[in-house]
Unconditional design. Structure first.
Length: 165
């Protein structure tokens, strides 16, 4: 059961990452329009827009964050592509002849790629966090605590009816 749960989690993460990769595929030669980051679009825009809306970051902080995210794109892109390729290879075994050994090897590679992605993501988030003022860091912690509490309430709310049945 634990192995199945792990496989399901890995598959869900890969599908999410694959969707993000497919959504973020752009030509490296084409620069985003100058207003793209200002309005929250582009590879760095969503996170910067979030920090701007929730924390009220300054224009200087936005510029620093944009630079960090653009610099890290070179690290993240190959990992996202690898995760996407592994997902495509796995799909072959879903739609064709199933080979447990090969699928297990692919899932193992996929897990290693996801670990690398999560490590890079944590490092990037840490770099962005360091650009925030102490007040903004406190606001972010409070926002995340409130979000975690809402998620826990939803989880408990969904679990309660199934326990009664």
């Amino acid at each position: 059961m634990k192995s199945f749960s792990f496989r399901l989690l890995v598959a869900a993460l890969v599908v999410t990452l694959g969707a993000a990769l497919a959504h973020s595929q752009t030509s490296d030669t084409q620069a985003p329009p100058p207003h793209a980051y200002k309005h929250g679009f582009g590879p760095a825009g969503h996170m910067i827009a979030f920090y701007s809306k929730v924390l009220g970051i300054t224009d200087a902080q936005k510029a620093q964050m944009k630079t960090v995210l653009q610099n890290e794109h070179a690290t993240m892109k190959p990992l996202m592509q690898q995760a996407h390729q592994l997902e495509q290879q796995l799909r072959q075994y879903e739609e064709g002849t199933f080979d447990q050994a090969k699928v297990q090897a692919l899932v193992s590679q996929q897990a290693q790629t996801l670990v690398q992605l999560k490590v890079e993501e944590a490092r990037i988030h840490s770099e962005l966090y360091q650009l925030l003022t102490p007040d903004q860091q406190a606001q972010l912690k409070q926002f995340e605590a409130n979000r975690a509490a809402r998620m826990q309430q939803r989880t408990q709310g969904n679990a309660a009816p199934s326990e009664e049945q």
